[in-house]
Design a protein around this ligand. Structure first.
Ligand SMILES: NC(=O)c1ccc[n+]([C@@H]2O[C@H](COP(=O)([O-])OP(=O)(O)OC[C@H]3O[C@@H](n4cnc5c(N)ncnc54)[C@H](OP(=O)(O)O)[C@@H]3O)[C@@H](O)[C@H]2O)c1
Length: 309
């Protein structure tokens, strides 16, 4: 997402480096490449399509999303919130049917491995949206379908129509909403859980010490946890992550990812980066072994100041 949207929008886009990062990720053995038609919109899928052209498509588990539309108003990212005034939801079946065609064209492929509903549209019964997503499977345009930011109730309603392969939701050291209900339900049912923003949008990696560190036009400038006072209070969390990192001999980003990975074998985090050295750093998280004491320390981190959206 961050390669073409959301973060650091004032900086010139560096597609050459971004494509090199995607190639490097595949070479390091990372397989899940996650995008969405809403990122940009469309620019991110085009970039991923270019990166996977020329023989790399089969090495990736290619995942994209539908259901968030940029440039319209309405309930957007947050649960019923309008935190991002530029994004609205569209879960109408005809929108799904049209959108898959555009995604396949931009991604330069005849099928995606995972097609995800970015957000449930409160104005369309989930059964209708999910039925249209199931049609993409029947047509061979998507191998499997998944949900994003949903409740257990919504997963159950979708499952009654067609199997749910994955649920993508925010999960990290400072966002644990999925732990009590959604993640246990997914584990019980063999549904993969894909944590997004596992690095707390970079904050848990120790990237920011002040609101002024955030680039101009950066989406994080709108988020409650990144406002000056909240951000200052939240530095206590990063300090504690750093202590564990020093003890283990890892970086804070690796600790944040290792904690997410420790939540279960069916938990597949999606860290985002457009920076080669961060990608290597993040790949190293797979080799970090956290002791029970490390995990207990991380479990006991203070609650963040500020809501997610
Ligand atoms: N389903 C949804 O609604 C939803 C919502 C948000 C995100 N997502 C998905 O989740 C992916 C990741 O989420 P995200 O990008 O929001 O958050 P994230 O992975 O928590 O953090 C990304 C930020 O951390 C920085 N970073 C990455 N690795 C680092 C490291 N080792 N050290 C220091 N900084 C590091 C990145 O910098 P640079 O970019 O400058 O390298 C970027 O600013 C997205 O690409 C998207 O596919 C899905």
């Amino acid at each position: 997402m961050g390669m073409t949207a959301s973060y650091d929008m004032a900086a010139p886009r560096d597609d050459v480096t971004s494509i090199a990062v995607i190639h490097q990720a595949l070479d390091l053995g990372m397989t899940l490449i996650d995008t969405a038609d809403a990122y940009g919109p469309y620019t991110n899928e085009r970039l991923v399509g270019e990166a996977l052209s020329g023989g790399r498509r089969e090495r990736a588990v290619l995942a994209t999303k539908v259901g968030l539309v940029m440039g319209v108003s309405g309930p957007s990212y947050g649960p019923g919130a309008s935190a991002s005034p530029g994004a609205g939801r569209n879960g109408r079946p005809e929108h799904v049917r049209e959108s898959i065609e555009g995604s396949l064209q931009r991604l330069r492929t005849d099928h995606v491995d995972l097609y995800q509903l970015h957000r449930v549209d409160p104005e369309v019964p989930i059964e209708e949206t999910w039925g249209a997503m199931a049609e993409t499977v029947a047509a061979g345009k998507a191998l499997r379908i998944g949900l994003s930011e949903v409740s257990v109730e919504e997963i159950k309603r979708a499952q009654a129509v067609h199997p749910v392969t994955s649920v993508q939701s925010e999960l990290s050291l400072w966002t644990r909403d999925a732990l009590p209900e959604v993640l246990p339900y997914c584990k019980e049912r063999g549904i993969a859980f894909l944590p997004f923003s596992p690095l707390g949008r970079g904050f848990l990696a120790g990237r920011f010490t002040s609101f002024d560190d955030l680039p101009q036009d950066d989406f994080r400038r709108q988020l409650p946890r990144f406002q000056q006072d909240a951000l200052r209070a939240n530095l206590a969390i990063v300090g504690r992550v750093r202590e564990v990192a020093d003890r283990v001999g890892a970086t804070p980003a690796q600790i944040a990812l290792a904690w997410v990975l420790a939540q279960g074998r069916d938990v597949v985090p999606i860290p985002g980066t457009k920076t080669p050295k961060y990608l290597l750093d993040n790949a190293g998280a797979a080799d970090v072994v956290l002791s029970a004491a490390d995990i207990a320390d991380l479990d006991a981190l203070p609650q963040p100041e500020g809501t997610r959206y």
